[in-house]
Write a protein that binds this ligand. Sequence first.
Ligand SMILES: Cc1cc2nc3c(=O)[nH]c(=O)nc-3n(C[C@H](O)[C@H](O)[C@H](O)COP(=O)(O)O)c2cc1C
Length: 253
Amino acid sequence: MISSGNLSKLCLRRLSTGTIRMADFSVAQLRVSYRDKGDLLIENSLESKNPFQLFDIWFKKASERDDVRQPNAACLATATKSGIPSARFVLLKSFDESGFTFYTNSESRKGRELDENPVAAMTIYWDALDRSVRIEGSVDKLGESESAEYFNTRPKASQIGAHVSRQSTVIAGREVLSELNEKLEAEYADKPVPKPSYWNGYKIVPRTMEFWQGQSDRLHDRLVFERAEQAAEKQISGCHPGENGWVLYRLSP
Ligand SMILES: Cc1cc2nc3c(=O)[nH]c(=O)nc-3n(C[C@H](O)[C@H](O)[C@H](O)COP(=O)(O)O)c2cc1C
Protein backbone atom coordinates (compact mmCIF):
# COMPACT_ATOMS: atom_id res chain seq x y z
CA MET A 1 0.00 0.00 0.00
CA ILE A 2 1.25 3.50 -0.77
CA SER A 3 1.04 6.08 2.01
CA SER A 4 -0.28 9.55 1.37
CA GLY A 5 3.24 10.84 2.09
CA ASN A 6 4.42 9.07 -0.98
CA LEU A 7 1.94 11.02 -3.03
CA SER A 8 4.45 13.87 -3.13
CA LYS A 9 6.66 11.58 -5.19
CA LEU A 10 3.99 11.44 -7.83
CA CYS A 11 5.73 13.71 -10.23
CA LEU A 12 6.44 13.88 -13.90
CA ARG A 13 10.00 13.15 -14.93
CA ARG A 14 11.24 14.57 -18.18
CA LEU A 15 13.39 12.00 -19.94
CA SER A 16 16.36 12.87 -22.13
CA THR A 17 14.29 11.93 -25.15
CA GLY A 18 11.89 14.73 -24.28
CA THR A 19 9.02 12.35 -23.54
CA ILE A 20 7.33 12.58 -20.17
CA ARG A 21 6.39 9.56 -18.10
CA MET A 22 5.08 8.94 -14.58
CA ALA A 23 7.89 8.37 -12.08
CA ASP A 24 8.48 6.05 -9.11
CA PHE A 25 5.36 3.91 -8.94
CA SER A 26 2.11 2.98 -10.57
CA VAL A 27 -0.88 5.20 -9.87
CA ALA A 28 -3.00 2.06 -10.17
CA GLN A 29 -1.45 0.79 -6.89
CA LEU A 30 -2.70 3.76 -4.83
CA ARG A 31 -5.11 2.40 -2.20
CA VAL A 32 -6.48 3.73 1.08
CA SER A 33 -8.40 2.12 3.94
CA TYR A 34 -11.75 3.67 4.64
CA ARG A 35 -13.63 3.31 7.90
CA ASP A 36 -14.41 0.78 10.66
CA LYS A 37 -16.67 -2.07 9.69
CA GLY A 38 -19.35 -0.97 12.20
CA ASP A 39 -19.66 2.58 10.88
CA LEU A 40 -22.25 2.04 8.18
CA LEU A 41 -24.80 4.28 6.49
CA ILE A 42 -28.07 2.45 7.15
CA GLU A 43 -31.49 3.53 5.92
CA ASN A 44 -33.23 3.13 9.30
CA SER A 45 -30.62 4.85 11.43
CA LEU A 46 -29.78 7.94 9.37
CA GLU A 47 -29.20 11.16 11.32
CA SER A 48 -31.96 12.67 9.18
CA LYS A 49 -34.23 11.49 6.37
CA ASN A 50 -34.42 15.01 5.03
CA PRO A 51 -31.51 15.25 2.53
CA PHE A 52 -30.88 18.95 3.22
CA GLN A 53 -30.62 18.28 6.95
CA LEU A 54 -28.38 15.27 6.34
CA PHE A 55 -26.19 17.43 4.08
CA ASP A 56 -26.06 20.07 6.83
CA ILE A 57 -24.93 17.44 9.38
CA TRP A 58 -22.24 16.08 7.02
CA PHE A 59 -21.13 19.59 6.03
CA LYS A 60 -20.77 20.66 9.68
CA LYS A 61 -18.73 17.54 10.40
CA ALA A 62 -16.43 18.31 7.47
CA SER A 63 -16.15 21.99 8.50
CA GLU A 64 -15.04 21.10 12.02
CA ARG A 65 -12.00 19.19 10.78
CA ASP A 66 -8.57 20.75 10.37
CA ASP A 67 -7.75 18.30 7.58
CA VAL A 68 -10.61 19.53 5.40
CA ARG A 69 -9.33 22.93 4.28
CA GLN A 70 -12.18 23.88 1.95
CA PRO A 71 -15.27 21.84 2.88
CA ASN A 72 -17.30 23.93 0.44
CA ALA A 73 -15.15 23.19 -2.64
CA ALA A 74 -17.41 21.41 -5.12
CA CYS A 75 -16.97 20.12 -8.64
CA LEU A 76 -19.68 21.62 -10.85
CA ALA A 77 -20.61 19.98 -14.13
CA THR A 78 -22.59 21.78 -16.81
CA ALA A 79 -23.22 20.99 -20.46
CA THR A 80 -24.04 22.69 -23.71
CA LYS A 81 -27.49 22.19 -25.16
CA SER A 82 -26.03 19.56 -27.47
CA GLY A 83 -24.67 17.67 -24.45
CA ILE A 84 -20.95 18.49 -24.46
CA PRO A 85 -19.99 18.45 -20.76
CA SER A 86 -17.51 20.53 -18.78
CA ALA A 87 -16.58 20.47 -15.10
CA ARG A 88 -14.70 22.73 -12.73
CA PHE A 89 -14.52 23.55 -9.04
CA VAL A 90 -16.57 26.32 -7.44
CA LEU A 91 -17.16 27.29 -3.83
CA LEU A 92 -20.56 26.51 -2.40
CA LYS A 93 -21.58 29.74 -0.67
CA SER A 94 -24.90 28.84 0.94
CA PHE A 95 -27.50 26.12 1.10
CA ASP A 96 -30.95 25.64 2.55
CA GLU A 97 -34.08 23.70 1.62
CA SER A 98 -34.44 25.76 -1.55
CA GLY A 99 -31.07 24.72 -2.99
CA PHE A 100 -27.27 25.11 -3.22
CA THR A 101 -25.80 28.48 -4.22
CA PHE A 102 -22.51 29.42 -5.87
CA TYR A 103 -21.33 32.60 -7.61
CA THR A 104 -19.62 33.08 -10.91
CA ASN A 105 -19.18 35.12 -14.04
CA SER A 106 -22.23 34.67 -16.28
CA GLU A 107 -20.09 35.20 -19.39
CA SER A 108 -17.74 32.35 -18.47
CA ARG A 109 -17.99 28.94 -20.12
CA LYS A 110 -20.15 27.58 -17.27
CA GLY A 111 -22.25 30.78 -17.33
CA ARG A 112 -22.93 30.40 -21.05
CA GLU A 113 -23.72 26.72 -20.65
CA LEU A 114 -26.12 27.40 -17.79
CA ASP A 115 -27.78 30.07 -19.88
CA GLU A 116 -28.58 27.66 -22.72
CA ASN A 117 -29.03 24.54 -20.57
CA PRO A 118 -29.98 25.40 -16.96
CA VAL A 119 -29.19 22.07 -15.33
CA ALA A 120 -26.11 21.02 -13.35
CA ALA A 121 -24.49 18.30 -11.30
CA MET A 122 -22.34 19.16 -8.29
CA THR A 123 -20.09 16.75 -6.40
CA ILE A 124 -18.32 17.34 -3.12
CA TYR A 125 -15.67 14.94 -1.83
CA TRP A 126 -14.42 15.10 1.74
CA ASP A 127 -11.36 12.89 1.58
CA ALA A 128 -10.73 12.98 5.35
CA LEU A 129 -14.25 11.69 6.03
CA ASP A 130 -14.41 9.20 3.16
CA ARG A 131 -17.64 10.88 2.17
CA SER A 132 -19.02 12.40 -0.99
CA VAL A 133 -22.32 14.05 -1.89
CA ARG A 134 -23.72 14.33 -5.41
CA ILE A 135 -26.41 16.88 -6.19
CA GLU A 136 -28.26 17.08 -9.51
CA GLY A 137 -31.00 19.42 -10.55
CA SER A 138 -32.17 22.50 -12.37
CA VAL A 139 -30.38 25.82 -11.94
CA ASP A 140 -31.94 29.21 -11.18
CA LYS A 141 -29.99 32.43 -11.67
CA LEU A 142 -30.34 34.70 -8.63
CA GLY A 143 -31.78 38.18 -9.07
CA GLU A 144 -29.54 41.27 -9.21
CA SER A 145 -30.29 42.36 -5.65
CA GLU A 146 -29.68 38.90 -4.14
CA SER A 147 -26.36 38.57 -5.98
CA ALA A 148 -25.39 42.12 -5.00
CA GLU A 149 -26.18 41.41 -1.37
CA TYR A 150 -23.52 38.68 -1.32
CA PHE A 151 -21.10 40.60 -3.58
CA ASN A 152 -21.13 43.49 -1.09
CA THR A 153 -19.90 41.17 1.68
CA ARG A 154 -16.82 40.06 -0.30
CA PRO A 155 -13.33 41.45 0.47
CA LYS A 156 -12.53 44.48 -1.70
CA ALA A 157 -9.73 42.63 -3.50
CA SER A 158 -12.21 39.93 -4.60
CA GLN A 159 -14.72 42.56 -5.72
CA ILE A 160 -12.05 44.24 -7.84
CA GLY A 161 -10.99 40.85 -9.12
CA ALA A 162 -14.51 40.29 -10.49
CA HIS A 163 -14.07 43.48 -12.57
CA VAL A 164 -10.57 42.57 -13.68
CA SER A 165 -11.36 39.07 -14.94
CA ARG A 166 -13.52 38.50 -17.98
CA GLN A 167 -13.57 34.88 -16.93
CA SER A 168 -12.76 32.22 -19.56
CA THR A 169 -11.63 34.70 -22.25
CA VAL A 170 -8.17 34.43 -23.83
CA ILE A 171 -5.66 37.05 -22.63
CA ALA A 172 -2.19 37.94 -23.90
CA GLY A 173 -0.42 37.46 -20.57
CA ARG A 174 -0.60 37.84 -16.79
CA GLU A 175 0.32 41.51 -17.02
CA VAL A 176 -3.05 42.21 -18.66
CA LEU A 177 -4.63 41.31 -15.31
CA SER A 178 -2.09 42.92 -12.99
CA GLU A 179 -2.14 46.22 -14.87
CA LEU A 180 -5.93 46.45 -14.84
CA ASN A 181 -6.01 45.36 -11.19
CA GLU A 182 -3.63 48.17 -10.24
CA LYS A 183 -5.69 50.69 -12.18
CA LEU A 184 -8.97 49.61 -10.56
CA GLU A 185 -7.43 49.53 -7.06
CA ALA A 186 -6.57 53.19 -7.51
CA GLU A 187 -9.99 54.02 -9.01
CA TYR A 188 -11.91 52.37 -6.14
CA ALA A 189 -9.51 53.36 -3.34
CA ASP A 190 -12.10 55.57 -1.64
CA LYS A 191 -15.39 54.25 -2.94
CA PRO A 192 -17.36 51.01 -2.89
CA VAL A 193 -16.95 48.55 -5.75
CA PRO A 194 -20.27 47.91 -7.56
CA LYS A 195 -21.22 44.38 -8.61
CA PRO A 196 -20.53 43.85 -12.31
CA SER A 197 -23.75 42.93 -14.14
CA TYR A 198 -22.08 39.72 -15.39
CA TRP A 199 -21.22 38.46 -11.87
CA ASN A 200 -24.11 36.47 -10.42
CA GLY A 201 -25.30 33.79 -8.06
CA TYR A 202 -26.80 30.48 -9.21
CA LYS A 203 -28.87 28.05 -7.20
CA ILE A 204 -29.06 24.33 -7.94
CA VAL A 205 -32.52 23.08 -7.04
CA PRO A 206 -31.90 19.37 -6.46
CA ARG A 207 -33.91 16.58 -8.01
CA THR A 208 -31.62 13.98 -6.47
CA MET A 209 -28.98 14.00 -3.76
CA GLU A 210 -26.70 11.03 -3.24
CA PHE A 211 -24.76 10.38 -0.04
CA TRP A 212 -21.72 8.14 -0.48
CA GLN A 213 -19.65 6.71 2.32
CA GLY A 214 -16.54 4.67 1.69
CA GLN A 215 -16.15 1.31 3.43
CA SER A 216 -12.91 -0.62 3.87
CA ASP A 217 -14.41 -3.78 2.40
CA ARG A 218 -15.17 -1.75 -0.74
CA LEU A 219 -18.91 -2.36 -0.23
CA HIS A 220 -19.41 1.39 -0.10
CA ASP A 221 -22.72 2.90 0.99
CA ARG A 222 -24.72 4.86 -1.58
CA LEU A 223 -28.05 6.33 -0.52
CA VAL A 224 -29.96 8.42 -3.05
CA PHE A 225 -32.71 10.84 -2.09
CA GLU A 226 -35.19 11.61 -4.84
CA ARG A 227 -38.46 13.57 -4.95
CA ALA A 228 -41.25 11.06 -4.17
CA GLU A 229 -43.32 11.87 -7.28
CA GLN A 230 -40.26 11.60 -9.54
CA ALA A 231 -39.31 8.21 -8.05
CA ALA A 232 -42.92 7.02 -8.45
CA GLU A 233 -42.92 8.12 -12.11
CA LYS A 234 -39.71 6.17 -12.70
CA GLN A 235 -41.23 3.21 -10.82
CA ILE A 236 -38.14 2.78 -8.68
CA SER A 237 -38.62 -0.22 -6.43
CA GLY A 238 -37.01 -0.51 -3.01
CA CYS A 239 -37.77 3.08 -1.95
CA HIS A 240 -37.90 4.01 1.72
CA PRO A 241 -39.95 6.97 2.92
CA GLY A 242 -37.94 10.11 3.58
CA GLU A 243 -39.08 13.47 4.94
CA ASN A 244 -40.55 16.53 3.24
CA GLY A 245 -41.60 14.79 0.01
CA TRP A 246 -38.40 12.77 -0.49
CA VAL A 247 -37.86 9.04 -0.71
CA LEU A 248 -34.55 7.25 -0.51
CA TYR A 249 -33.07 4.10 -1.96
CA ARG A 250 -29.76 2.31 -2.00
CA LEU A 251 -27.57 1.86 -5.07
CA SER A 252 -25.02 -0.85 -5.49
CA PRO A 253 -21.55 0.63 -5.09
C1 LIG B 1 -11.24 25.26 -5.04
C2 LIG B 1 -11.68 26.16 -6.17
C3 LIG B 1 -12.76 26.99 -5.98
C4 LIG B 1 -13.22 27.81 -7.02
N1 LIG B 1 -14.32 28.58 -6.81
C5 LIG B 1 -14.85 29.27 -7.84
C6 LIG B 1 -16.09 29.97 -7.70
O1 LIG B 1 -16.74 29.94 -6.63
N2 LIG B 1 -16.57 30.64 -8.77
C7 LIG B 1 -15.91 30.67 -9.97
O2 LIG B 1 -16.41 31.30 -10.90
N3 LIG B 1 -14.75 30.02 -10.15
C8 LIG B 1 -14.20 29.31 -9.13
N4 LIG B 1 -13.02 28.62 -9.28
C9 LIG B 1 -12.35 28.65 -10.62
C10 LIG B 1 -13.07 27.63 -11.54
O3 LIG B 1 -12.70 26.31 -11.18
C11 LIG B 1 -12.82 27.87 -13.02
O4 LIG B 1 -11.45 27.98 -13.30
C12 LIG B 1 -13.49 29.16 -13.50
O5 LIG B 1 -14.74 29.36 -12.86
C13 LIG B 1 -13.69 29.13 -15.01
O6 LIG B 1 -14.48 28.01 -15.36
P1 LIG B 1 -15.27 27.91 -16.76
O7 LIG B 1 -14.34 28.44 -17.83
O8 LIG B 1 -15.58 26.47 -16.93
O9 LIG B 1 -16.51 28.75 -16.63
C14 LIG B 1 -12.54 27.81 -8.26
C15 LIG B 1 -11.44 26.96 -8.45
C16 LIG B 1 -11.04 26.14 -7.42
C17 LIG B 1 -9.87 25.20 -7.64
